[in-house]
Design a protein around this ligand. Structure first.
Ligand code: PLP
Length: 400
């Protein structure tokens, strides 16, 4: 709980702020899981999830977090000994690669560091080097939540096509879905994983694997797939219990129904545009502060920045002090830096992140930025002037 009175803003990159409509939808007695409303409500989620993903393919829902669907996607497509190519732009690519190792997969990691997106030349070289097509899947991260790098997924599909490489293109959209533009079918993505607690505005606990017919045919060639992770019955259930391989996550489903209603009432294009404007407001403020002080955005080129999360550098110990100041004085909780320095190392205190995914609007973002400015002042951290004016101007122009 925030020690300050008033509404608090958990500005970490997931779990995100939950709309009251989502909370209200979940506040109910346990529903029957054998017949009645829940059965139809669950079926109604599938097309609306697909509309968020811009896909006409299959959806499997798991009672899990993002790590669970990392494993689910791999459990359906990899056999022990299979190679995967992992272009990593921060912590999360490595995390998915580790998941593959746990299933007997053999990752080839292309590490692009913590400040740059996937380099398509290096990606192409790796695919061309795989003359025997040993690589079964590319594990890409759309938005790496530790660095806030946005990767160019259509460009990766173009390289796969240009090289004639048959590997599945699997994309982690856990941070980006319903925040940054993502078009599964048009972009030629075969498998996409997402989770409930970020852009979808629902508590942690639901994981999603979207997969197309090509990925389903790869699944069909697997000699065996763990029963629980098998996406086949979940994606095409004959009986209701098969959606979840057991008892349904009843209240999460009601919450998700409410969240999808909100997203589609607003419209995907509008949702993406809102995130874009709010992200640009944050960047404008950060750039203004950095004009006359040490605060820096992690990603230099705006084209490579996510609209869902922003990673920043404020040299130790100021990063941690700023987070604490905001939590204790302003009702705003910023995210810790992730994967930028080892915990225990002094440098760890030089990073923080802002989550701006899902249920966020201009007054929350401007309030959060105002609180950061107050914190920089209170902590005597040098910073440039008129950051808030710059942020407000972005919002004025973005809504004109
Ligand atoms: C949050 C996140 C994950 C991990 O999700 P958990 O729910 O914490 O398991 C994986 N990848 C990305 C890009 C994320 O943002």
């Amino acid at each position: 709980m925030s020690p300050t009175p008033g509404r608090s803003y958990l500005a970490i990159p997931g779990p995100s702020v939950m709309p009251d409509a989502v909370l209200r939808a979940m506040h109910r007695a346990a529903p029957n899981i054998y017949e009645g409303e829940l059965i139809e409500l669950t079926a109604s989620l599938i097309p609306d999830l697909n509309r968020v993903a811009r896909s006409d393919g299959h959806v499997a829902i798991y009672i899990s977090n993002g790590h669970g669907v990392w494993e689910a996607a791999l459990a359906n497509t990899l056999a022990p000994g299979d190679k995967v190519l992992v272009p990593a732009t921060g912590r999360f690519g490595h995390g998915w690669a580790e998941m593959a190792v746990g299933l007997g997969g053999v990752p080839q990691i292309l590490d692009f560091g913590k400040q740059a997106p996937v380099d398509m030349g290096a990606f192409e070289d790796a695919l061309r080097g795989d003359t025997g097509h040993q690589i079964k899947a590319v594990l890409a991260t759309h938005v790496d939540t530790s660095t806030s790098i946005l990767n160019d997924i259509p460009a990766m599909r173009a390289v796969l096509n240009a090289t004639g490489h048959p590997a599945l293109l699997m994309v982690d959209c856990i941070a980006s879905l319903a925040c940054d533009r993502f078009e599964m079918d048009a972009w030629g993505v075969d498998v996409m994983v997402a989770a409930s607690q970020k852009g979808l505005m629902v508590p942690p606990g639901l994981g999603f694997v979207f997969f197309n017919d090509k990925a389903a045919s790869v699944r069909a060639t697997q000699p065996r797939v763990s029963r629980y992770w098998d996406w086949t019955p979940r994606g095409n259930p004959e009986h209701f219990y098969q959606y979840f391989g057991g008892t349904a996550p009843t209240h999460h489903l009601y919450g998700l129904r409410a969240a999808l209603d909100m997203i589609h009432a607003e419209g995907m294009e509008v949702v993406w545009a809102r995130h874009a404007v709010l992200a640009r407001a944050i960047w404008a403020a950060a750039e203004a502060w950095g004009q006359d002080g040490p605060l820096r955005l992690n990603v230099a080129d705006p084209a490579n920045r996510s609209h869902a999360v922003t990673a920043l550098n404020l040299p130790a110990p100021h990063g941690t002090h700023l987070r604490k100041w905001l939590e204790n004085n302003a009702g705003v909780t910023l995210g810790i830096g992730l994967g930028m320095a080892e915990p225990g190392d002094d440098a760890w205190h030089g990073y923080f992140r802002i989550g701006h995914m899902g249920h966020v609007n201009a007054h929350m973002i401007l309030g959060m930025l105002g609180a950061i400015q107050a914190g920089l002042g209170a902590l005597d951290v040098p910073h440039g002037i008129d950051a808030l004016g710059a942020a407000a101007q972005v919002i004025s122009e973005g809504t004109a």
